[in-house]
Structure formats: structure tokens, C-alpha cells
Design a protein around this ligand. Sequence first.
Ligand SMILES: Nc1ncnc2c1ncn2[C@@H]1O[C@H](COP(=O)(O)OP(=O)(O)OP(=O)(O)O)[C@@H](O)[C@H]1O
Ligand SMILES: [Mg+2]
Length: 296
Amino acid sequence: MIAESPFMKNLLADLDKIAKSCASVLIHGESGTGKEVVAHAIHYRSSRSAQAFVKVNCAAIPETLLESEFFGHEKGSFTGAINRRLGRFELASGGTLLLDEISEIPLSLQSKLLRVVQEQEFDRVGGSRPIQVDVRLISTSNRNMKEAISNKLFREDLYYRLNVVPIYLPPLRERKEDILPLAQYFLQQHDPNKIFSLEAKQKLLEYSWPGNIRELANIIQRTMVLSSNAVIGAEDLHLEEPVTGTSPKKLFTLKELEKKHILDTLVAYEQNRTQTAKALGISVRTLRNKLSSYRE
Ligand SMILES: Nc1ncnc2c1ncn2[C@@H]1O[C@H](COP(=O)(O)OP(=O)(O)OP(=O)(O)O)[C@@H](O)[C@H]1O
Ligand SMILES: [Mg+2]
């Protein structure tokens, strides 16, 4: 798990504490920010790591099948139930259950989910007695849950039960220090001998990554298919939108633009001040003064 930005480093430092407790975790963030990766990391750092890690995608399963998917069913409980089937809660017993895209659970099932969360017991569909389980719950959402609650699409009591430990994963454009380490990690996975040119690094840093880390992984993969160069240049990277600077989304003052350019250049040279100053055509002393003025 790559974590170079201050935000991700802090999260990583907290992850063992979070893993140690049994409290329900709700991971919230845009698509592709690494919610599933973080959920995995929590499970594998916990005392439950030798037990099952079971995932259920609440958005992908039709409403009519979701209850049986969660809780299982007894033979003959409905047309097509030819055998007893265990649900994901039972399969995850002693381990961790990942409820992916939790906001998509229909209201009818939310009350049943609340019961398991509160009482650690549920009924199989068509079952005659409750079944006890010990499952640690991790949920993910890329929707605004507060909005779903005020629109009466999600039960507030269930939300608080699932959100005992909230984790927010910011979009990649808000943790730019992770962009190059991630890009390098994906590149190395394909070919450890390839590197990015400085211009390519700059282009990666300036792009807004609407699809976050998943998009970055895809772009590197596509680049590797199309380019046989040992040094990946800016022209090898086919990004979806023009880089910032050519799009007039935000107008910067000259001072802001200078600061942004200096900080981006620092990242491109991996915080090496001598090389950064040289690239910017200023002295190291001037660079140092400018950087300390940004801290004031
Ligand atoms: N910190 C990380 N280090 C390395 N790879 C990562 C990291 N975070 C995410 N990835 C990779 O990025 C991709 C997307 O991550 P993941 O599936 O966890 O995102 P997600 O937030 O669950 O997305 P979605 O909302 O679309 O389900 C995966 O290929 C994953 O391996
Ligand atoms: Mg996911």
C-alpha cells in the first residue's frame, strides 16, 4: 500500500489501532481512492486475519436476492431455493465482512442489518431460529450518506452503528505527494527497468485524476501497452483531459501561480532543493526564502 502524502502517512499510523478494535468502520471517498485496499489492510492487520474476509457488493445484487445473499436461506424457503445456502454473514463468521457501496441497501433490508449489528444475530430466509455471528463490519460508500439520510433513503440509527470509526479517503488531486510514488509503483510492476522523464512526471502531477488511483493504474497499463520507450515521456501518457493551466477553471494570481509552480517542481525533483532551484533558474537561498514565506 503506497502512502507518501501526510494524509496517508497519518492514516497508516492509525491503521493498527483501528485494526485492533472490533468497531465498525465506514470508509468514504470518491470512486477509485482505495477504499477496498484500506478495508483489506484493516482485516489483515487485525487479530481476525486468519479468518475469512468476505465481500458483498450491495449495488450489484438485485434487491430481491440481497436478503438471501446476506443471511442465507433454508431449502424450499422460496421458488428456486433447492438447497440450504449460507449467507455472507455466516461465511464471514469470526472474520470481517466488507459491505461495499452500503448506501445502495434498500430500506427493507436496513432494519434487518441493524438487528445483526446490534444483537449479533439474524434469521436465514425461511429459517425457524436465530443464528449467532461474530463479524467485524467494514462498509464503504462514495455517496453522501448524510444526504441519503435526510432524503429518507438510509436509516440514521444504522448509519451511526456502521460509522463508529469513519475513514475519509481524499481524492488523489488533494494528496499529490502520492501521485509519483503510485505511478512508479505501477510502472515497476510492469517493467522494473522503465522510468518517467521529468516532463512525464510534471504531466502526471498536473492532471486532476477524476478516476483517482484506479485511473492512474489504468493509464500506466495503457502506456506500457502502447510505448516501448525505456524512458516514458509526456507524449506517451494519454490523459483524458487537458492538463490544468490550459483549462480556465481557476484563475491564479501571479504569486499563487509562482508558489504552485515551485511546489510542483519540488515534488518532481523529489524535494531536492539544489536541483529544484537549478530547474527554476533561482538560487537555493531564494528558493529557501520563498519556501519559508509559504509557511508563515
Ligand atoms: N495506497 C495504494 N497503493 C497501491 N495501490 C492502490 C492504493 N490505493 C488503491 N490502489 C489501487 O487502485 C485501484 C482502486 O482501488 P480500490 O478498488 O480500493 O478503490 P475503491 O475506492 O474501492 O473504488 P470504487 O469506489 O470504484 O469501488 C486498485 O487497483 C488498487 O489496487
Ligand atoms: Mg471498491
